[in-house]
Design a protein around this ligand. Structure first.
Ligand SMILES: C[S@@+](CC[C@H](N)C(=O)[O-])C[C@H]1O[C@@H](n2cnc3c(N)ncnc32)[C@H](O)[C@@H]1O
Length: 210
């Protein structure tokens, strides 16, 4: 795990026992999430998946609050999941946010119109690859990426590969440099479907003995 990922996870675990801290902690995320909501044009009709919500799922809380969209959160750390579930209940958001234990590199993203990938998610390339491959047509994938200066402190991520896809990049921030948005457009979606169909028609390998 990277330094920043470890530090943030520890800090969030401690803070999640204090629901009163929600307002203060969310102040940091408010502006970032506001820009992301605008970038992906998230509305109440969207179904949102947040990957790597942590013990203190501020991004999910802000998205639900700002847009009215239903948010499913996943985290691969069971302790973080339990803490987040408690917090969501205490702040009265259990009819708007659901938190589950799952790995972003394996999760099925079908049915989600917006997928948000946290800065500290690992292995980031595998998670993006998995989401991009299976995402629905017109799904928007938001990927938080670190600034160049802080890049080494965060999980490794092959930004250039994804910059080749059709995408938009939001404004810069101090710590979280930018949020990259990938859109699953028709051409890419059809290409993917064709590739999947081809796979299912692949004959089983045959062996010749003798
Ligand atoms: C510390 S949180 C930060 C998120 C922040 N609270 C927010 O609202 O945006 C990052 C979380 O990502 C989780 N995580 C890392 N890799 C993951 C993966 N592959 N799948 C799911 N969760 C992951 C970590 O367990 C950690 O709790």
């Amino acid at each position: 795990m990277s330094i920043m990922a470890t530090l943030t996870a520890k800090c969030e675990k401690f803070m999640s026992s204090y629901p009163m801290a929600v307002k203060v902690y969310n102040l940091y995320y408010k502006k970032i999430v506001h820009t992301e909501v605008k970038l992906a044009k998230i509305t109440a009709n969207d179904k949102v998946l947040c990957i790597g919500g942590g013990s203190f799922p501020s991004t999910a809380l802000e998205i639900a609050n700002m847009t009215g969209a239903y948010v499913n959160v996943i985290d691969n750390d069971l302790i973080a999941v339990r803490k987040a579930q408690n917090l969501i209940e205490k702040v009265g958001y259990n009819n708007k946010i659901n938190v589950n234990h799952a790995n972003g590199a394996k999760i099925d993203s079908i049915g989600y119109s917006v997928i948000h990938i946290a800065q500290q998610v690992v292995p980031k390339n595998d998670v993006i690859e998995n989401i991009w491959k299976n995402a629905d047509l017109n799904a928007r994938i938001l990927i938080r990426t670190p600034s160049n200066k802080l890049e080494k402190l965060y999980p490794a991520f092959n930004k250039n590969k994804w910059l080749n896809k059709r995408n938009k990049i939001s404004e810069n921030y101090k710590f979280i440099n930018s949020t990259l948005m990938l859109e699953k457009l028709e051409e890419e979606h059809n290409n993917q479907k064709n590739r999947n169909n081809m796979k299912s028609y692949n004959p089983k390998p045959s062996y010749i003995f003798g």
